[in-house]
Write a protein that binds this ligand. Structure first.
Ligand code: PMP
Length: 358
């Protein structure tokens, strides 16, 4: 047996163990059908059942009515949504809240279709906080925000109120907490963090906003077509969706309230250590700290070798900060066990006691 690893990767990332077991079985023999999940037709009844259950569960977990909203599992990652959102809905002005890299990428794509107004930015402090004051927001096609910035480790603790359509990139905190999903006209998330393996992107869209589409849009980028075709305009990523379904069942059973409480417990343990350990310092302002991606630095970078060695010996992996920021980032997605956070905290304590002995 290899030693237990504690996987803090930012995505693709840790998923519940039983999903690996069930998906492994499905590759050999899906539900005793004699066929692999990798070879069934996406038009077969077997897959149709899988897909419709996954799509229904999404709305059910988000407490949204299927008459009002549609859930889609598309390809192209969240990055394709950066442009699809603007292609379909930006005609004059759209407001973007810039909380760093991911919002900036969304803005870059949107500029191809209309006028992008930066409603607020935290660039002045290297994106270590969530801006709270926004420029005048009247007459916008929509407001776009990133609920959780995976790179900097900032998270909107509540969704600001705008009298405009709100569109959210929820890639790194989808279904990690019990929020009111009905405040959004559209939200999207690459699957590879809290939902399942890479390969599909969840989009939840209020059907009514389809009326706002005014230009001709290539079919594959047109939300109306994906809704009309029940998310099967082209071949859906069958395997990825199957794994998402298994995870969505777990999320439904556990409930968002309980998931949120566990995620908070894990984050509190780690932030507490960062704040009380003389060798570490947190990156983000306290009130905006993400419960999903915890970013921190060593107070003295000369200790990096020793910290990383201790982590490696303890099976802690994936805590290097994003290449554009450096430092450390521990991603605490739903499936990460509290025991893994405790192991990381033990590593941090060990560094402190070794340094203090010097
Ligand atoms: N938005 C956020 C918040 C992300 O964290 C990521 C990827 N980590 C993306 C968008 C891009 O997602 P994808 O790689 O699926 O295009």
């Amino acid at each position: 047996m290899s030693k237990k690893l504690h996987n803090f990767n930012a995505g693709p990332s840790v998923l519940p163990k039983n999903i690996f077991e069930k998906t492994s079985k499905s590759i050999l023999n899906l539900n005793e059908s004699g066929l692999s999940i990798l070879e069934i037709s996406h038009r077969s009844n077997q897959f149709k059942d899988i897909f419709s259950e996954a799509r229904e569960l999404v709305l059910n977990i988000a407490k949204l009515d299927s008459n009002e909203y549609s859930s889609l599992f598309l390809q192209g990652g969240a990055s394709t949504q950066f442009l699809m959102v603007a292609y379909n809905f930006l005609y004059n002005n759209a407001g973007y809240i810039n909380t760093g890299s991911w919002s900036a990428k969304a803005m870059k794509e949107a500029k191809l279709f209309g006028n992008v107004i930066e409603l607020a930015s935290s660039k002045d402090k290297n994106y270590n906080y969530i801006p709270k004051n926004y420029n005048n927001t009247s007459d916008l096609d929509y407001v776009h925000l990133t609920t959780n910035n995976t790179i900097y480790g900032t998270q909107f603790k509540s969704i600001p109120n705008f009298n405009q359509s709100i569109i959210a990139d929820m890639s790194s905190d989808i279904f990690s907490r019990d929020i009111d999903y009905s405040v959004f006209d559209l939200f999207y998330a690459g699957a590879q963090k809290n939902l399942g393996p890479a390969g599909t992107t969840l989009v939840v869209i209020k059907k009514e906003i389809i009326k706002k589409i005014q230009r001709e849009i290539p079919s594959i980028l047109n939300y109306k077509i994906h809704i009309d075709k029940d998310s099967s305009f082209n071949t859906p990523p069958v395997f990825s969706i199957y794994a998402c379904l298994l995870n969505l069942r777990e999320i439904k059973t556990k409930g968002l309230e309980s998931i949120e409480s566990d995620n908070k417990t894990k984050a509190d343990i780690l932030y507490d250590e960062i704040d009380n350990n003389s060798c570490f310092v947190g990156f983000v302002e306290n009130e905006d700290r993400s419960n999903m991606n915890v970013t921190f630095n060593l107070t003295d970078n000369n200790n990096s070798e020793i910290f990383e060695k201790i982590c490696k010996e303890s099976g802690v992996i994936g805590i290097n900060g994003h290449r554009s920021v450096g430092g450390y980032r521990a991603s605490l997605y739903n499936a990460l066990q509290i025991g893994s956070v405790e192991v990381l905290v033990t590593c941090m304590k060990e560094v402190e006691s070794l340094i203090n002995k010097k």
